[in-house]
Design a protein around this ligand. Structure first.
Ligand code: 1AG
Length: 137
């Protein structure tokens, strides 16, 4: 039985996001705005099928995938690149490799208690985000 990521999660910390965005060539003005956001993750999981929505007042991003099935990801509204992405389980961690123009790009999600962790990697930068579960209504 794999980890259950379902739910709504609010960001509580965001370390090195600026450098991660620089590694993705995000322009100055966009970075200034993005740095002020408090995004929310809404995750819908059925077994190995996922929809992950990143919601903010500025832009939203949604990705859908099945663990173990490579897909073409278009990072529309973010850095607007195309990647060949593959998500796999590493024990209870969800690990995504985003093959494309940028080296060593990907992310890892895992859960500890009522916290959702996200590490975003690009080139030599790592952004570490922590989200707290919003209790179901
Ligand atoms: C992601 O999460 C990325 C989600 O795939 C967004 C994270 C970083 C944004 C990347 C580049 C910044 C580019 C433009 C900034 C503009 C808006 C930012 C809106 C998002 C707020 C952080 C991994 C996983 C599944 O959860 O998607």
């Amino acid at each position: 039985m794999s980890t259950d990521f379902n739910g709504t999660w609010n960001i509580i910390s965001n370390d090195n996001f600026e450098s991660y965005m620089q590694a993705l060539d995000i322009d100055f003005a966009t970075r200034k705005v993005a740095n002020l956001l408090s995004p929310q993750k809404i995750i819908e999981q059925k077994g190995d099928s996922f929809i992950i929505k990143t919601i903010s007042t500025f832009r939203n991003y949604e990705v859908q995938f099945t663990v173990g099935e490579e897909f073409e990801e278009n990072t529309k509204g973010l850095d607007n690149r195309k990647c060949q992405s593959l998500v796999t389980w590493d024990n209870n961690k969800l690990v995504c490799v985003q093959k494309g123009e940028k080296k060593d790009r990907g992310w890892t999600h895992w859960i500890e208690g009522d916290k959702l962790y996200l590490e975003l990697n690009c080139e030599n930068q790592v952004c570490k985000q922590v989200y707290k579960k919003v209790p179901p209504a």
